[in-house]
Ligand binder design. Sequence first.
Ligand SMILES: Nc1ncnc2c1ncn2[C@@H]1O[C@H](COP(=O)(O)OP(=O)(O)OP(=O)(O)O)[C@@H](O)[C@H]1O
Ligand SMILES: [Mg+2]
Length: 397
Amino acid sequence: MDNTVEHHLKERIKELNLLHNTAKILQDHKKSVEEVCTELVCYLPPAWQYPEITAARIIVNDQKYVSPNFAITRWCQSSSIFVENREIGVVEVFYLEERPESVEGPFLAEERALINSFTEMLKYFIQHRMDDAALENAKNSLEKRVNEQTQNLREINVNLRTEIEEHLHTKEKLQSYQQQLQQLALQVSLIEERERREIASDLHDHLGQALAFVKKKMLGFRGENIFSGHNSTLDEIITLLNQAINYTRTLTFELSPPVLYELGLESAIEWLSEQFESKHEVKIKLKFKGILPTFSDEVKVLIFKSVRELLLNAIKHSGVKSFRVSSISYANSLRISIDDSGKGFSLVNDLEYDADKMQFGLFSIRERLLHLGGQLEIITSPGNGCKATMVLPNKEG
Ligand SMILES: Nc1ncnc2c1ncn2[C@@H]1O[C@H](COP(=O)(O)OP(=O)(O)OP(=O)(O)O)[C@@H](O)[C@H]1O
Ligand SMILES: [Mg+2]
């Protein structure tokens, strides 16, 4: 074979060897950019025409990797490494001594092609590594954020639990206070009624009886000679005694109507209406539908007192003079309503007890009814009258 041809062939083999070795090294995905560059820089000189006077350098991100005999000279062939349009390094081959001129200084055209191919292969490897690193970074920061969020959520969860527990605790406390309050409203009512009953029976048994006795005596004096000429005075005294006896009886009834205990709720409400009609000059229409259930004295008293309070409210606040009391008895509940077509009011505070205004009527009715398992319904608005309905379970407890 011709010497030149053989020389050319040897050169091409050296070049192919470099590309082959480069490909092999770059295939190892476990290797870092530093390891790859350190190895590859030593494979570069043997692939050039004059290996014994050739040195090489690879620069990547300011990191320099050089072949053993490295020195910078003016005979240099180089190829820049671009990643995403940014120059991140360079591959350089130096001849340490002068050699005859060729296509690119002393370098061959094939060597230009070789260094470009080498740089391109290295560039893809670096790009992959950078992508991997970016991916890893993104993954790590995502994991970090997920962990942070999880931790935050955990803390929020713990706080929420504590808050819920506190709320439940407060709610239980409130419920217990409310029950105590209802119990108290009931007790106050019952104690008041008991006192009224005692005063009423004292009035009846002592004052009433005493007055009746005095009246009887006075009547006896009428025919006596000793009082002749004083008959008009006696008559006056007897009239006064009659008034006192009547007043005592009315007071006794008003304090605690015996009719409630003797004849029941319906008769007591009828009696109450008559009382109010004559005392306050109003008209009260009664309508009872169905037979009222029999309640214990205590519940009867509570219902009676509530009807009295609602009627008094209508008389005091409605501005009209006629009212209606009606009751409907269902299988499971009893509804007693007191309604008027007066000025009504706005239910802004949902019947909350207003300590400043000292309004206790509706509030205490509601609390008493709640305690008995019932409720107070009020339909009213300014200018549209008022209908207050007590709803009670038909059977006690
Ligand atoms: N039938 C009604 N018509 C118009 N307003 C009413 C009627 N019933 C109640 N109200 C209004 O509701 C308020 C609350 O009534 P509530 O019975 O609780 O208190 P009060 O009657 O003012 O005082 P208390 O009953 O404690 O003596 C009344 O002050 C009144 O303004
Ligand atoms: Mg009232």
